[in-house]
Design a protein around this ligand. Structure first.
Ligand code: HEM
Length: 207
């Protein structure tokens, strides 16, 4: 959400895509996600710049080995710095910029085969909930953007948003985001009014 509030054009492009693919008379569903390349590209870009687990999970070398010229003794605990890989200029042009477009004509996916983008890790110990996690993030984001327009609270300047991060078990935003939703989309207002009318009918019937 912080990246989208800093890049209102991206937010608008996703909302336009939702309008085109789904419209305003029903909610975004799982089946719609495959028809939304811009949303998918944005989710990948978010996971590239802000990985939930910046160091993946620790590994243990079961035997001594040599890797890329380094000697790794048996029982060494190894952390993969996925955060740094995703900001490496050797792997990504203009790595620090938030640009979902970089994924539109690219076959890089985040399933663990392209090592420059491994938000769910890679190999036998990669994330078991990868498909579920990816869909939850995409669907959650689409739902928030379909239903509301978002902006920073108190008219704060998006360019000045503090994007510093803090390392915990997962990556955290150092300064929490204060945002407000500004308007309900048409379909949400319709549903809300229908529900209100229905409740009114039920309570009138009960009297
Ligand atoms: C967007 C959501 C998620 C992200 C970004 C994420 C990311 C990760 C990462 C980076 C790892 C470490 C992989 C490695 O070290 O190679 C991991 C492991 C794991 N994740 Fe997720 N995850 C997500 C959602 C989920 C969900 C929804 C579940 C369960 C329903 C889940 C279950 C697991 C399990 C069980 C492991 C440990 C696998 C092992 O050690 O063998 N994750 N996840």
């Amino acid at each position: 959400m912080a990246e989208l509030l800093r890049h209102p054009n991206t937010m608008k492009k996703i909302q336009d895509e939702i309008d085109r693919v789904v419209g305003r008379t029903r909610k975004v569903e799982e089946n719609d996600l495959n028809n939304m390349p811009y949303l998918q590209a944005t989710v990948k870009e978010i996971m590239r710049l802000h990985p939930a687990l910046q160091m993946l999970l620790p590994r243990n070398a079961m035997e001594g080995t040599e890797f890329m010229g380094y000697l790794v003794p048996k029982n060494t605990q190894i952390f993969v710095n996925a955060w740094a890989i995703r900001r490496d200029p050797a792997a990504w042009p203009d790595p620090l910029s938030f640009k979902p477009e970089r994924f539109l004509d690219s076959d890089i996916d985040n399933k663990g085969q392209h090592f420059q983008l491994i938000p769910f890790g890679s190999g036998r110990r990669s994330c078991l909930g990868m498909t579920l996690g990816h869909r939850m993030v995409s669907l959650g984001l689409a739902g928030l953007l379909q239903t509301f327009d978002w902006k920073l609270a108190d008219g704060a300047n998006p360019e000045a948003l503090d994007m510093r991060e803090m390392m915990g078990l997962t990556l955290l935003k150092k300064v929490p985001l204060k945002k407000s939703s500004s308007s309900m989309n048409v379909w949400e207002a319709t549903l809300f009014n229908r529900a209100k009318r229905k409740l009114h009918e039920i309570s009138a019937g009960a009297r």
